[in-house]
Design a protein around this ligand. Structure first.
Ligand SMILES: NC(=O)c1ccc[n+]([C@@H]2O[C@H](COP(=O)([O-])OP(=O)(O)OC[C@H]3O[C@@H](n4cnc5c(N)ncnc54)[C@H](OP(=O)(O)O)[C@@H]3O)[C@@H](O)[C@H]2O)c1
Length: 246
């Protein structure tokens, strides 16, 4: 990770779960991490914890579905640091809402956070990278195993569709970057069940017998991917907990 020491990383949705673990791990690896979420109080706890370890994490309140808020926060990164090297599009939500009877509002919320926000943030942060001459950065998308396989979970149809959208967006972003001569790498990380707040918030119950990943497992994978040589591009990682039948 020496190459990324003192480089700037943005992690969306870093107030909890996978994003929190990724943000903490990148800061511990020597990166300057900016964490976005709506719960600023959670971000401040992480900021204080890392500060006491001599590491840099700066929590910034940002609702990723609000384009003005996203633009303002990217402008703040430019003004404060003048550069950006790594973006982790992690913020995501699940809603239990079937395709045959579910409410449009719930579908919309899933698409707004999981797809549109990730697309806007990638576009706008890539503009900043170009502007500040970063040609070899890294964009991550937190996808899901259901972005590749159709889930048997009733009520997860729109979530599954949103993650299939991420599979497409990640690879198209990679192709567009190559077409415009950029060496910024793109990786989609697709975990299966991972312990986090997402199930409780979406109203989905997971069986106690279900093998689960830890959010730290995903953070370790992000570090592993960043640590590969610049000539190596890991485009997709599917991660299952050992013993999972999914
Ligand atoms: N856990 C799993 O089993 C699993 C499996 C595969 C993929 N994933 C994906 O991994 C990513 C992280 O999920 P998680 O499991 O860690 O969920 P989580 O514990 O619920 O955390 C979600 C994070 O996203 C943030 N967020 C949600 N809506 C936001 C908004 N409008 N603006 C800004 N931030 C927002 C939340 O922060 P605030 O509420 O403070 O805004 C929180 O920090 C998601 O993309 C999810 O789809 C999870």
């Amino acid at each position: 990770m020496d190459r990324w020491h003192d480089c700037i990383a943005l992690v969306t949705g870093s107030s909890a779960g996978i994003g929190k673990s990724i943000a903490i791990e990148l800061a511990r690896q020597g990166m300057i991490v900016i964490g976005w979420a709506r719960r600023l109080e959670n971000l401040k706890i992480i900021e204080n914890q890392l500060s006491s370890e001599g590491k840099i994490f700066v929590g910034r309140k940002c609702d990723v579905t609000q384009e003005t808020s996203v633009s303002n926060e990217i402008a703040w990164i430019e003004k404060t640091y003048g550069k950006l090297h790594v973006v982790v599009n992690n913020a995501g939500i699940g809603r239990v809402a079937s395709l045959t009877e579910g409410k449009t509002q719930l579908w919309q919320e899933v698409i707004d956070v999981n797809v549109i926000a990730a697309a806007v943030i990638s576009r706008e942060t890539l503009k900043l990278m170009r502007k500040c001459g970063i040609n070899d950065g890294h964009i991550f998308f937190l996808n899901s195993i259901v972005g590749h396989y159709i889930t048997p979970l009733i009520g997860a149809g729109m979530y599954c569709a949103s993650k299939h959208g991420i599979t497409c967006m990640a690879d198209m972003t990679r192709k567009e970057l190559i077409a415009s001569g950029f060496k910024t790498r793109v990786t989609s990380i697709s975990p299966s069940y991972t312990k986090s707040e997402i199930f409780e918030k979406s109203g989905r119950k997971v069986s106690a017998d279900e093998p689960m990943l830890e959010s730290q497992d995903i953070a370790n994978i992000v570090v592993w991917i960043l640590s590969t040589a610049p000539s190596v591009q890991i485009t997709e990682v599917i991660v299952r907990p050992t013993g999972s039948q999914f």
